[in-house]
Design a protein around this ligand. Structure first.
Ligand SMILES: [Zn+2]
Ligand SMILES: [Zn+2]
Length: 59
């Protein structure tokens, strides 16, 4: 799907996706494609992340 507007998390990048859970518009940096969730919901869905997260670009 495509959406228009700014990411509601960082409010600086154009939103690319909408969170399936809360409906927040999120840019690529703040959207977890594998989960279909924004960064906030993904963090709540995966409180124990860190062990097998290997393909996410972070800096
Ligand atoms: Zn963002
Ligand atoms: Zn969300």
């Amino acid at each position: 799907m495509s959406v228009s507007g700014l990411c509601q998390i960082c409010e600086s990048r154009p939103a690319k996706e909408r969170c399936d859970n809360c409906g927040t518009l999120a840019c690529e940096q703040h959207y977890e494609r594998g989960l279909g969730l924004c960064a906030d919901c993904a963090a709540q869905a995966q409180p124990d992340r860190g062990s097998d997260e290997v393909d996410t670009h972070r800096f």
